[in-house]
Design a protein around this ligand. Structure first.
Ligand code: PEP
Length: 250
């Protein structure tokens, strides 16, 4: 039976106390969860949340990281600092980073390589805007983001990488890609991966879907053959909505 990777991106929400409360509620609610679960609080709450999830089945993730190990990079967070706090995974290339902070594929690729070199498991986010989709450029855009994002990643490291397909028009909008549409894009991503690494690694790759995933649509999305988990934003901010998503098979 497949296992799924369910991740919560808390974005720029919650004080330290609020983050600890949510993490405690998730630890209590997800003890029997069959899936791999990750939560990514704000940087300021990582240390406190690390104490809550230590020794549990919940993986601690970060929402981003800087592209260097250390030095004169005001405002950036090094992978060394993340590891120091017990972080094991990192979301890279989220569409908000690409579109609001103009992160390029080259920069995201640098971060993916650095994360892997430092033992952090990256979630590489890809996805098209509505304009790109309507112009018929979905495959070109998503294919290029996958190829550029993974440039230089060795086949032996691929198993540590997760791809999150997040159509930009579905993030935080309440609009979800239909399970069929999402599955078709996931299948295309697998085809691109097959061209880069061969069929077996492409088949084994974990590809999450993200974009207005909610308790009432999670099971239908996860039932699709190419969807291996979810990257959840809004619904990850409450245990009442994230726990049922992570426990969709229970
Ligand atoms: C996200 O930010 O990655 C996301 C998918 O957000 P939401 O679930 O709110 O659409």
């Amino acid at each position: 039976m497949r296992s799924y990777y369910m991740a919560g991106n808390w974005k720029m929400h919650k004080t330290v106390a609020e983050s600890v409360a949510l993490a405690k509620a998730l630890v209590a609610g997800l003890g029997n969860c069959k899936e791999r679960v990750m939560i990514a609080p704000a940087f300021t709450a990582l240390s406190a949340v690390a104490e809550v999830v230590k020794g549990t089945n919940i993986i601690l993730g970060a929402q981003n990281m800087g592209p260097e190990l250390q030095g004169a990079h005001t405002g950036e967070i090094s992978p060394l600092m993340l590891k120091d706090l017990g972080v094991a995974a990192v979301i890279l290339g989220h569409s908000e980073r690409r579109h609001s902070y103009l992160e390029t594929d080259a920069l995201i690729n640098k971060k993916v390589l650095l994360a892997l070199a430092q033992g952090l498991d990256p979630i590489l986010c890809v996805g098209e805007t509505l304009e790109e989709r309507e112009a018929g450029n979905l495959e070109a855009v998503v294919g290029a983001q996958v190829k550029e994002g993974l440039k230089g990643v060795a086949a032996s490291e691929l198993g540590k990488v997760t791809i999150a397909y997040e159509p930009v028009w579905a993030i935080g909008t309440g609009k979800t890609a239909t399970p069929e549409d999402a599955d078709a894009v996931h299948a295309y991503i697998r085809k691109v991966l097959g061209g880069m690494y061969g069929d077996a690694p492409a088949k084994a790759m974990c590809i999450q879907y993200g974009g207005s995933v909610k308790p009432d649509n999670a099971a239908e999305l996860m039932a699709k053959p190419n969807i291996d988990g979810a990257l959840v934003g809004g619904a990850a901010l409450k245990a009442e909505t994230f726990a049922p998503i992570a426990m969709f098979r229970s």
